[in-house]
Design a protein around this ligand. Sequence first.
Ligand SMILES: Nc1ncnc2c1ncn2[C@@H]1O[C@H](COP(=O)(O)OP(=O)(O)O)[C@@H](O)[C@H]1O
Ligand SMILES: [Mg+2]
Length: 258
Amino acid sequence: MTHLEKKDSPNKIKHLVGVMSGKGGVGKSTVTYLTALALKQKGLEVGILDADITGASISRLMHLPRYEMKVAGDLICPVETDSGLKVMSISFLVDNEEQPVIWRGPLLSRAIQQFWGEVLWGELDFLVIDMPPGTSDVAITVMQSLPLEGFIYVTTPQNLVSVVVARSMQMAESLKVPALGLVENMSYFICPHCGQKTYFYGQEETEKLARRFGTDLIVRIPISLDLARLPAEGLKPESSVVAEVLDKLGTFLINKLK
Ligand SMILES: Nc1ncnc2c1ncn2[C@@H]1O[C@H](COP(=O)(O)OP(=O)(O)O)[C@@H](O)[C@H]1O
Ligand SMILES: [Mg+2]
C-alpha cells in the first residue's frame, strides 16, 4: 500500500503497469488502448489512467463520447466503455477537447495522484497508465508515488527515437521501475497488393535496445491503415494486424506478471 491509498479504499488493483517512451507521437496511447483491450479479451478487469494531462488523447482514440462525471462519496467514477474498460482522463473534466491545460508541475502531479487515489477503480486485475512524453515532473511522480510493476516501452525503429527511449529506460531503472518489454511501433509496411513487408529502418535498433536493457521485444506493429483510422473510425476487430497485436500483448503480460 502506498501513502496515496487509504486504508478503507474500495480499490484493489493487482497489477499497475505503465506505457512509456520518452518520445511523443510514437504510439503510446495506441499501445495503452491495445494493451488494455488485450487483457480485457483475456477475461480480466482492466482500467486506463491517462497520465498525459497536457496531451490527453486517449478518450478520442477510444471514441468515448462527452461524459458527465459522477461521484460516489468522495471518489470520482471512471468512464466505463462498452467493452467494459474503466477510463479516467482529464479530457472528461474540461469543457471542450481543445481547451489547453496550462498547469505547472506540482498541479500536474497532484492530478495524477488524484487519478490514482481518488477515482473509484474498484477491483482491477490491471490498471494501465498512458504516460506523457518526456522524463520530467509527471513521469517522476508516477514512478515515485505509484506502486508501478514496470513499464512497457513504445519505440519506433529509428536510431533518433531509440536514443530517447534509452534515456527514459535509464531513468526508470534508476528509480527502480523495471522494464517489462518493448513494443516496436510503425516497424514495417505491408504492401496491400503483394503482402511483402518493408522494414524502412531495418530491424536492428529495437533488438539492440532490448539486449542492452535485458528485456523482451514483445511485438512489432506495422504502420497500418486499421491503426491510422482508429481515432476516426474505431477499432476494427476483423483486422488481422489488430488481432495479432492483441494476442501477443495479452499473452505476454499475463505470462510475465502471473
Ligand atoms: N501502427 C500505426 N499505424 C498507423 N498509425 C498509427 C500507428 N500507431 C499510431 N498511429 C497514429 O499515430 C498518431 C500518434 O499515436 P499516439 O498513440 O497518439 O502516440 P503518442 O501517445 O505516443 O503520442 C495517432 O494519430 C495514431 O492513430
Ligand atoms: Mg499519447
